[in-house]
Design a protein around this ligand. Structure first.
Ligand SMILES: NC(=O)c1ccc[n+]([C@@H]2O[C@H](COP(=O)([O-])OP(=O)(O)OC[C@H]3O[C@@H](n4cnc5c(N)ncnc54)[C@H](OP(=O)(O)O)[C@@H]3O)[C@@H](O)[C@H]2O)c1
Length: 258
């Protein structure tokens, strides 16, 4: 990944009412974009499923009478990543990072390709994009970054610790970025969802009490953003659950295999 050095052609002045969703076809990202569209934001969706994003963009424009655009981005493809960073020549008011890959824990235990894929999609490959917009926003002293990580990053579990570790890295990254950019009037929010029913979790069973609804999550993210809440764990039940889990002594935690 090359650094985008020549920013002369960039319109560096922050667009006051533009919200860019990286992972524009993500169920959570999409649901959040509807909330910002309802609030009058122009919506930009970046991702690899162009036709699905075009459908969403059209629906957003029809419903809320705001502009919407779609941008091609596959973060596993270096050329696509570079092309996106060069061609998206503006600074939105809000950038939301919603790309994610749950992957296959058992496969990753024996396949370095799968292990790398989980770590790269959830963390490494997102960093150049976050850096890019963070630096531009810092220069403008204006902007907002919402990073979707996961409660899975709060404590590694046997069933998904490759995914959990990559989300944990993102939590730490967002925390450091927030401290740095707080000096430049740029707000960084971390969202740590619990289990939410989306296409990522469509084949996974969970007790009903612990299954979050994507539209409710989007509303929580939107209202927490408006209140400038720095870290959001949602649904609320996961705040209680992780209060317990995070305080369990390691010797006891080891015995909870699920
Ligand atoms: N659902 C949950 O229970 C849950 C819990 C905690 C955190 N999260 C996090 O929430 C975020 C959104 O996930 P979701 O639940 O909305 O699942 P989702 O609908 O499956 O969204 C994941 C998105 O990542 C995109 N993506 C994956 N690899 C990509 C690549 N190489 N280039 C570009 N885009 C890529 C997918 O693109 P395509 O649409 O083209 O496949 C998809 O839109 C993720 O960061 C996820 O880890 C989810």
């Amino acid at each position: 990944m090359e650094e985008v050095k020549n920013l002369d052609k960039f319109d560096k002045k922050t667009k006051s009412k533009v919200c860019l969703v990286i992972g524009g076809n993500s169920d959570i990202g999409k649901a959040i974009s509807y909330k910002f569209a309802e609030d009058g934001y122009e919506i930009h969706l970046a991702g690899r499923s162009i036709s699905e994003m075009e459908r969403t963009a059209k629906d957003i424009t029809n419903r809320y009478e705001v502009e919407s655009q779609v941008f091609d981005l596959d973060i596993e493809d270096n050329a696509s990543l570079n092309n996106f960073l060069y061609s998206y020549n503006q600074v939105p008011k809000i950038v939301i990072y919603a790309i994610g890959y749950l992957g296959h824990q058992k496969l990753a235990e024996n396949s370095i390709d799968e292990a790398n894929r989980i770590i790269n999609i959830n963390f490494t490959y997102q960093i150049p994009i976050i850096n890019h917009f963070a630096n531009l926003m810092e220069e403008q002293k204006n902007g907002n970054i919402i990073i979707i990580s996961s409660v899975a990053g709060l404590r590694g579990r046997a069933t998904n610790y490759f995914y959990g570790a990559s989300k944990s890295a993102m939590i730490a990254f967002a925390s450091g970025l927030r401290q740095r950019l707080s000096l430049s009037n740029v707000f960084v929010m971390s969202v740590l969802p619990g289990f939410i029913r989306t296409k990522m979790t469509q084949d996974i069973e969970a007790p009903k009490l612990f299954i979050g609804d994507v539209v409710k999550v989007a509303s929580k993210v939107f209202s927490a953003f408006k209140k400038k809440k720095t870290v959001l764990i949602t649904p609320f039940i996961y705040r209680l659950l992780f209060l317990v889990i995070n305080n369990l002594p390691e010797k006891l935690f080891i015995k909870l295999k699920k």
